[in-house]
Ligand binder design. Structure first.
Ligand code: BES
Ligand code: MN
Ligand code: ZN
Length: 495
């Protein structure tokens, strides 16, 4: 899909459809809407008075052969109440329009923002929204739908800021493509994406983007005494890997922070000996979503070049119930030296992240962000709407949440009170891998991780309920979402 700026007047651009949006309770049609209304002899005003055109969020009104426009169609997307509207919402608006028109055979689109959103930030949001919406999970279908948007022209953006706008569009493309890269990985079934294959794909990505990469194999993992990761991996015929990707700025500032990204990559989670029920178990191929997200983030950062060094540590393993598998009650020694009683082998994510966090700190990370499909409990707490965001100190978490807001990703701060610590006390080891209390499963999991982040500023994102959606949305296909990638990229560029 080509996306380009077009400085022609929007009315004269030839296209299958011109897309713009309408606010709820817009008193009078203004700007482009007033123009079309005039050209069509009051057509839009009568749609509005009949109640067909209201501007409610993501309402779609398609006008064919609009008089006064060179485009074949005019698609009006509802933008909701102006007071609730943010530039980040342009992603959903542009994405919803793309998916609607794509299924109706359109090939060439024009996107026209309203007067208030014609700068670089808006352009970037539109590009990201278009690319995210264009994603389809059809890799393994032999008969593909032959629907493709060939080009989108961005009209009406403020010229004069030319260079700035092209940079914004390029940045949107880099981020959009990184999100697609992550979603493709998340979609891969476990027979086509073992820990070794994930490592190979990470190596190919690093080669293409010029990032430094190191893959730790089972020998190196044993040498580093990553006992918590080894405990999870030992039940599988497939060996584990730890993927380490590094970005270093050209002129690193001495004393600058080093951002460490840690992503859970369980390429399949059967639960181990504490085995999961068969229903929906196939979905546990996406238990590597956190790791894939971090690889996508690194891919984008290679092009966006933040001022600080960033390293990603991605522990990758299967969680299988083999004859050598760890068993409930086993005690393992994590890389940090802490001993862990494994109460439930299905709480494996926190085990591999424990060693991932310790290793990121050992490699010099001064600030941490982890992302993991960690608990079913986060779905109970927040459904598939918000990512559960934990962290300490509070100011560090708040800074991260600002990036989430700026990029239009919904995340909600979760508690880490000391009371929860009691629930992960073990009778025979330093700590146990599940909570003893009732409820609070996402919080006790986060508390467990905190024990390994130690005193390093740390954010933990539980993406178990948001990394994958079972139902498509108007702006996004069902399946992997790539959630958290945009926030982490934004954070890395701002920290
Ligand atoms: N990978 C799962 C969490 C998960 C659940 C991800 C649903 C996506 C959708 C994780 O490893 C897990 O099994 N967690 C257990 C922890 C429990 C045993 C304490 C859970 O949430 O049930
Ligand atoms: Mn599990
Ligand atoms: Zn898991």
């Amino acid at each position: 899909m080509q996306i380009q700026l077009d400085t022609q007047p929007h009315a004269s651009i030839q296209a299958d459809a011109l897309v713009t949006y309408v606010f709820d309770q817009e008193n009078k049609l203004d700007g482009v809407l007033a123009e079309v209304d005039r050209a069509t002899g009051g057509h839009l005003a009568s749609l509005a008075s009949s109640g067909e055109l209201t501007g409610k969020p993501l309402e779609l009104v398609l006008v064919h052969f609009p008089a006064g426009l060179a485009a074949q169609r005019l698609l009006l997307v509802g933008a909701g109440k102006p007071a609730k509207f943010a530039t980040a919402d342009l992603r959903k608006i542009a994405g919803t329009a793309l998916r609607h028109l794509k299924s109706r055979g359109a090939k060439k689109l024009v996107f026209l923002p309203r007067e208030g959103e014609r700068g670089p930030e808006a352009a970037q949001a539109v590009v990201e929204g278009l690319l995210a919406a264009d994603f389809e999970s059809d890799k393994y279908r032999t008969e593909k739908k032959n629907e493709e948007i060939q080009s989108v022209s961005l009209a009406g953006f403020h010229s004069g800021l030319g260079a700035n706008l092209s940079a914004a569009i390029e940045q949107g493309r880099v981020i959009g493509e990184a999100q697609t890269f992550a979603r493709d990985l998340i979609n891969e079934p476990s027979n086509r994406l073992t820990p070794r294959m994930l490592a190979e794909k990470a190596e190919a990505m690093a080669r293409e983007t010029g990032l430094a990469i190191e893959i730790l194999d089972e020998r190196k993992i044993a040498e580093l005494k990553m006992g918590a990761l080894i405990g999870v991996a030992q039940g599988s015929a497939e060996p584990p890997r730890v993927i380490v990707v590094r970005y270093t700025p050209e002129n690193p500032r001495p004393g600058a922070p080093v951002l460490g990204l840690v992503g859970k990559a369980v390429t399949f989670d059967t639960g181990g000996i504490s085995i999961k029920p068969a229903t929906n178990m196939e979905k546990m191929k996406y238990d590597m979503g956190g790791g894939a997200t971090m690889l996508g983030v690194m891919r984008a950062l290679a092009a966006l070049k933040p001022a600080i060094p960033v390293l990603a540590v991605i522990p990758a393993t299967e969680n299988m119930p083999g004859g050598k598998a760890q068993k409930p009650g086993d005690v393992v020694v994590a890389m940090s030296g802490k001993t862990i009683e494994v109460i439930n082998t299905d709480a494996e994510g926190r085990l591999i992240l424990a060693d991932g966090l310790s290793y990121a700190r050992q490699l010099g990370a001064t600030h941490l962000v982890d992302a993991a499909t960690l608990t079913g409990a986060i779905e109970v707490a927040l459904a598939n709407v918000n990512v559960g965001a934990f962290g300490t100190p509070r100011e560090y978490l708040d800074k991260f949440l600002e990036s989430a807001r700026a990029t239009g990703e919904k995340m909600w701060p979760m508690p880490l009170d000391d009371e929860y610590e009691e629930m992960i006390k073990s009778t025979i080891a330093d700590i146990r891998n599940t909570g003893s209390g009732k409820g609070g499963g996402a919080v006790t999991a986060a508390w467990f991780l905190k024990e390994f982040a130690e005193d390093t500023p740390w954010v933990h994102l539980d993406i178990a309920a948001t990394c994958w959606v079972d139902e498509g949305r108007p702006w996004l296909a069902k399946g992997p979402t790539g959630v958290a990638l945009r926030s982490i990229i934004d954070f890395a560029l701002k920290i």
